[in-house]
Design a protein around this ligand. Structure first.
Ligand SMILES: [Zn+2]
Length: 329
């Protein structure tokens, strides 16, 4: 009888010990979690005045070191504005902030556009290899350079009626799209005519050097691309005028220009150097320079009212990075 009672007592003691330990573990975990939370960047960001939503945004886009930095200084409204900008690209954040420091009067959206298109660098000082595997979507400008020997392998010579001056060549798809566009314009009484299309590296080099020898580098750079940086080397660009207006000075006032602005995207062409976007494209407004990018992208560029530089940065390069990350590469 006494033995049984002793066993019962032991069991009771054992159970209470377990319950006690569990309670201690729960309480200490809670205390530790609270301690950890109160020492986390998130908690301190809250103390700095960031809203929960802003903290989530910060945590999504910044690494731990950056979060810690932010949590120890006065609330940075600018960084939040950049994170919320329509065309924000995570990898460019430091460059946005630096550009902002030097140019406080420029708007957030303009800074995002300038940095996304690499225009926080000087022209010809920041070469990126132009990705010709992207075919008609490749980018070539004062930052994206083609190889000296790059020459598309599907160049086609245009029929006489489509150009004036020297014989003109375009890549096959661009040429077919041009013919469709030409036909549609022609039906509306507009006779489109090309005076410059594919130019190889050597031709561009001669052209640029001629300007350079006569007028100096600055002047040459303002009128011609340096070799390797000209979109004409892609075989996807054409300088398009109309039979009754081939003047670079007045073409912007012509009906043909008006028609091209309203319709060229339907055939896969975009106006490459629009008015007022010189700071992004690196070129003054050229009413005559069109670039083939295919119908789908041309419509998007047109509808979103972007330069191709902006479109490429956000929807092609950045989108590619996002995709490859989600696949775990
Ligand atoms: Zn051109």
């Amino acid at each position: 009888m006494a033995k049984k009672y002793k066993l019962k007592k032991q069991a009771k003691y054992f159970i209470w010990t377990i319950i006690g330990s569990i309670i201690v573990i729960i309480i200490s975990t809670a205390i530790y979690k609270d301690y950890e939370y109160k020492h986390s960047a998130e908690y301190n960001l809250g103390l700095r005045g960031y809203t929960d939503q802003e903290i989530k945004l910060l945590a999504k886009n910044l690494d731990e070191k950056k979060l810690d930095e932010l949590s120890t200084t006065k609330k940075n409204e600018t960084i939040i504005e950049f994170l919320q900008a329509k065309y924000f690209i995570k990898n460019n954040l430091d460059r946005y902030l630096k550009y902002y420091e030097d140019n406080k009067k420029v708007t957030i959206d303009d800074i995002v556009a300038i940095v996304n298109t690499n225009n926080d660098y000087e022209f010809y000082t920041h070469d990126i290899k132009s990705d010709t595997k992207k075919e008609e979507l490749l980018l070539c400008n004062k930052f994206y350079k083609l190889e000296n020997d790059y020459k598309p392998d599907d160049l086609v010579t245009m029929k006489n009626k489509y150009y004036y001056g020297e014989a003109q060549v375009l890549r096959e798809d661009a040429y077919e799209a041009f013919i469709d566009m030409w036909t549609a314009a022609n039906e509306e009484g507009i006779y489109l005519i090309v005076n410059s299309s594919y130019r190889d590296y050597q031709t561009q080099e001669e052209l640029y050097n001629e300007y350079k020898e006569s007028f100096g580098t600055a002047q040459a750079d303002s009128v011609a691309s340096r070799p390797g940086y000209s979109e004409h080397q892609t075989g996807l660009s054409a300088d398009i005028f109309s039979k009754d207006n081939t003047s670079t000075k007045t073409f912007a006032n012509s009906n043909a220009y008006k028609w091209l602005v309203e319709n060229s995207y339907k055939y896969g062409f975009i106006l490459r150097y629009p008015e007022g976007k010189e700071n992004l494209t690196g070129y003054s407004f050229e009413a005559w320079h069109y670039r083939y990018v295919g119908k789908k992208v041309a419509k998007q560029v047109h509808d979103k009212n972007l330069t191709y530089e902006e479109y490429y940065a956000y929807y092609i390069e950045n989108a590619k990075k996002v995709n490859s990350k989600s696949k775990g590469n």
